[in-house]
Design a protein around this ligand. Structure first.
Ligand code: FRU
Length: 506
């Protein structure tokens, strides 16, 4: 694998000609996605500045142009009118100021009247590579370009470590104040978030204090990409804790969790209604962010990076890596978070194959390289399921198998344990083995339904109408385009059309 020098990773992009050949090369890749956002070249990671403004969904991603490597980060701009079809718009923010000389790092957006503003982290490093993170802002002009403010809004606090970044900006209508939640690390290396407050959006910011989440004073070493969203009268607090192992997550040390609760802006205490939850149970999910200005008090729209810091993917030799997840609609129903693929994805359905009342039959067939599967396992007790050793019902969903049903990503459901086990060891192209290739997804009321979205290098599962989700990269080889499914009552498969144009806009 290529060893990157610091100079290569932090090279400044002079113009499109620097990467035109690179784009022409990676466009040939069999793993380029058909309906997921992916890097125009190089690497994409966190979603940034996600917002709805004047009929359009604005979105950016963390982008390193040069290859499958984390280096100098830009914001790359994409836009959509329906959250399904996305268009490349080119560079959104470039690290071209002294205060962001080594990267325009993650951040969020806010819509104020007719104007859209983004808040981001200017990652400054001096000649000794000492980092100073600045909280910066930019305003979108009528042509859709971001105009940076001449100066950052504020710099880092001395009483926390250098890890202070990823501003999530919001307006609190009752308090008539703006807030920023900033991911941070205390001096003794504990993850947290810092809260800033202001009466004006672009000035007057002052430190209000450290976020306190009762019982979570020592939970990971850094909370990246915090996000707080009001849904149906409750606060949904999301963040990505690092440097810690969590139960059921294998050897992974990067996670994405959420709490439902109430945020008290007087005391800066977040009172959770219960334990933390995983936002997704998959192998590749991180840095999720909700969109600003969705305009519905009962829902949010969320996207995440389908990937993890420190992970490496099989497209690395092809000089690119990464993808965002599908956008998800979030609701809080009966006190629980429900995540569903956004409405409108149905528009991508092409040819349909349908299997009704399959009984105990084992279904085998070709899996198109972009497809949606709808699986119904039967209410109460899985009528069609097989029998496990202890007499409980089981089901198997094996995707990306070879023609004879062997290998692939194998999902085994055991009704006795109410748990799905996802095992990717059977894939021919294995990757990130040390982080873990087997993960479990417990289900409160057993397995009833799955909606599965397959693209050329990813798969996302929405289980039981949004109770749980599982997102992962997969890189099937030419012979791994089959499925073998057992224990379903009904199954439908659609081939899906394309929704992202893999064009070269820089
Ligand atoms: C999360 C993250 C952020 C940072 C950005 C840099 O993946 O590490 O904390 O702003 O990525 O690309």
């Amino acid at each position: 694998m290529k060893e990157w020098t610091l100079e290569e990773r932090y090279r400044v992009l002079q113009g499109p000609e620097d990467i035109a050949d690179l784009h022409a090369r990676i466009k040939q890749s069999e793993y380029r996605q058909r309906y997921h956002i992916q890097p125009v070249t190089g690497l994409s990671s966190d979603p940034n500045g996600f917002s709805f403004d004047k009929g359009k969904w604005q979105l950016f991603y963390q982008w390193c142009p040069w290859g499958a490597v984390h280096g100098l980060k830009y914001w790359y701009h994409v836009v959509s009118e329906d959250l399904v079809h996305w268009k490349n718009l080119g560079v959104g923010l470039r690290p071209d100021r002294d205060y962001d000389n080594k990267g325009a790092h993650s951040g969020s957006a806010i819509v104020e009247g007719d104007d859209l503003y983004v808040f981001y982290t200017g990652n400054h490093r001096d000649e000794n590579w000492i980092r100073t993170p600045y909280t910066c802002a930019a305003k979108m002009d009528a042509a859709g370009n971001l105009e940076k403010l001449p100066q950052p809004l504020f710099g880092p606090r001395e009483d926390y470590s250098e890890h202070q970044r990823d501003p999530k900006v919001l307006y609190h209508p009752e308090r008539q104040r703006y807030y920023i939640f900033l991911g941070a690390q205390t001096m003794d290396k504990k993850g947290t978030a810092l809260i800033y407050e202001s009466e004006e959006l672009l000035s007057g910011w002052h430190f209000a204090g450290q976020l306190k989440v009762q019982g979570y004073e020592d939970f990971g070493g850094m909370w990246e990409c915090p996000s707080i969203t009001r849904i149906s009268g409750k606060d949904l607090l999301i963040f990505s804790p690092q440097y810690t192992k969590l139960p059921g997550r294998g050897e992974g040390t990067n996670h994405n969790v959420y709490f439902i609760g109430q945020m008290d802006y007087d005391t800066l205490v977040f009172v959770p209604e219960g334990e933390y939850h995983y936002l997704d149970y998959g192998f590749d999910f991180y840095a999720a962010q909700t969109a600003a200005n969705v305009g519905d008090a009962d829902k949010a729209v969320l996207m995440a990076w389908m990937g993890l810091p420190d992970n490496h993917y099989p497209t690395e030799p092809q000089e690119w890596e990464g993808s965002l997840t599908l956008p998800r609609e979030l609701r809080i129903l009966d006190g629980k978070l429900v995540q569903r693929p956004v409405e409108g994805l149905e528009k991508l359905r092409r040819e349909e194959r349908q299997y009704e009342d399959t009984g105990t039959e084992c279904l085998q067939g070709d899996l198109p390289d972009s497809a949606e599967l709808e699986l119904v396992f039967g209410e109460a007790g899985m009528a069609g399921a097989g029998m496990g050793e202890d007499g409980s019902k089981t089901a198997d969903v094996n995707l990306f198998t070879r023609a004879d049903g062997s290998g692939g990503l194998r999902i085994h459901y055991d009704a006795g344990k109410r748990c799905c086990v996802f095992d990717k060891r059977g894939l021919e192209l294995r990757f990130n083995e040390k982080v873990g290739e087997v993960l479990e997804m417990p289900l409160e009321a057993g397995l009833q339904k799955m909606r599965v979205f397959v693209d050329r290098s990813s798969v996302e599962f929405f289980v039981n109408d949004g109770e749980k989700t599982f997102s992962a990269h997969v890189y099937p080889t030419a012979q791994e385009h089959h499925y073998q499914i057992e224990g379903v009552e009904k199954m439908r498969i659609w081939e899906l059309g394309s929704a992202v144009v893999d064009d070269f806009v820089v």
